[in-house]
Structure formats: structure tokens, C-alpha cells
Design a protein around this ligand. Structure first.
Ligand code: ADP
Ligand code: MG
Length: 204
């Protein structure tokens, strides 16, 4: 993966979030305050408008760091700092590399998931976006960067949140009543991986 592919991915992700912002906010009405779609849309539109300033020869790590900064300042809520941390950790794992090989991406995903867990004081199984990131990071570690497999694992991680009692974030006050609802952050994270997998498969 190189900077051009990263830009393609982020462009597609911004479009998918724009198309699904009402759905994301609706999911957040059940478990939170109904703003997740709006938060993510604001953040990724800001990312989109920054992309023309990124040159092909800029390192992937520089773009990932820029995205982190934008998401932290524009998304807000609980999810902004969590997504920001994920991109910051991926940036750190990619430093000094012009092209990201599979090994680097496996490490980047693992560190992103660990960063989210730390920042959110969260663990897998607590019904948050971490359930998607940790499922994908584990799958990548076990089977490598198989894009079809990774998309399937992102979907599994997202769907699994439906049966979980939410333990972190606003949904946690609902206790057992949170069961039966898919977590909005898990859905936006699924979109992130789905578009990443699409971009990478298109380039193969
Ligand atoms: P807010 O909850 O502040 O309104 P958003 O609605 O944008 O922020 O994001 C909510 C999402 O953030 C949840 O669906 C969940 O996936 C994620 N989230 C919230 N708190 C945590 C946490 N402590 N750890 C992991 N993920 C969390
Ligand atoms: Mg919310």
C-alpha cells in the first residue's frame, strides 16, 4: 500500500460515511445520543478536503498522522479520540516506509487495536468499535493480509456487537437493554475496513 492508495481509500470511505450518516446516527439513537453519523461525516469531510494537499511522494505515515489530527479535532465525541488514536498508532508503525508491506500492515492494525483499547479503557466483547478493530487485527495476524478474509472478519466483529451488553461509552447505562442493537461505532469501523479492502483488491 502506498500514499496514492491511501488517498483512494479515504476518498471512498468519506463517500460511504456521507451516504450512511443517517443510518449511523439512527443506530446511535438506540445506544447513545444520535450523533455518530454527523460526527463521522464532519470528520471525514475535513479529511477529504485535506487530501489535495497530500503529494504522491509524501510518506503514508505523514498522511495517517494528518488524518489522526483532523479526526481528533473534528469528529469530537468519544469516537473522535478513539479513531484519532487508531490512525496515530498506524502512522507510528509505518514511519520511514514509502510502501507498506503486509508485515507492516499487520503490525499497524495490531497497534491500532491496542491503542483503542488503552484510550477507551475497553476490551473486546464490550460492544464497541474495538470489537471490529480487534477481530480484524487478530485475523490479519493469523492469516495475513487476505482482503476478502479481512472484510469478512470486520463484518463478523460488527455483527457480534448486536448480542453484547455494552460496557463502554454512552450505551453502557442501558445495561442488559443494550442487547439487540448493533453498535454504531462498530458499523463505521466496518465501513472503514470494507472500503480499505475494496481499494486494495482493486489495485491487485
Ligand atoms: P459519543 O458517544 O460521545 O456521542 P459517538 O456517538 O461519535 O460519540 O461515538 C460512539 C461510539 O464510540 C460507540 O458506538 C462506540 O463504538 C465508541 N465508544 C464510545 N466509548 C468507547 C470506549 N470507552 N471504548 C471504545 N469505544 C467506545
Ligand atoms: Mg453519540
Amino acid at each position: 500500500m502506498n500514499t496514492t492508495q491511501l488517498k483512494q481509500w479515504l476518498t471512498e470511505l468519506a463517500a460511504v460515511i456521507a451516504d450512511n450518516r443517517d443510518e449511523l446516527s439512527k443506530l446511535d439513537q438506540a445506544l447513545g445520543d444520535g450523533d455518530h453519523g454527523l460526527n463521522m461525516h464532519r470528520g471525514f469531510q475535513a479529511v477529504l478536503s485535506e487530501l489535495p494537499n497530500i503529494k504522491e511522494e509524501d510518506e503514508p505515515a505523514a498522511l495517517l498522522q494528518k488524518v489522526a489530527t483532523i479526526l481528533i479535532s473534528k469528529v469530537g465525541g468519544a469516537s473522535g479520540p478513539l479513531y484519532g488514536t487508531a490512525f496515530l498508532r498506524m502512522s507510528a508503525a509505518c514511519k520511514g516506509k514509502q510502501t507498506l508491506d503486509d508485515e507492516t500492515m499487520v503490525v499497524a492494525l495490531k497497534q491500532a487495536a491496542e491503542g483503542i483499547a488503552q484510550r477507551g479503557k475497553a476490551a473486546p466483547g464490550e460492544g464497541t468499535l474495538l470489537d471490529v478493530w480487534s477481530t480484524v487485527a487478530n485475523e490479519a495476524k493469523e492469516t495475513g493480509m487476505d482482503w476478502n478474509q479481512l472484510e469478512a472478519s470486520a463484518r463478523d466483529g460488527m455483527e457480534a456487537t448486536k448480542d453484547m451488553v455494552v460496557k463502554r461509552g454512552r450505551g453502557a447505562i442501558l445495561g442488559e437493554q443494550s442487547v439487540g442493537h448493533i453498535d454504531p461505532g462498530a458499523v463505521s469501523s466496518y465501513y472503514l475496513f470494507k472500503t480499505l479492502c475494496n481499494t486494495m483488491k482493486a489495485g491487485e
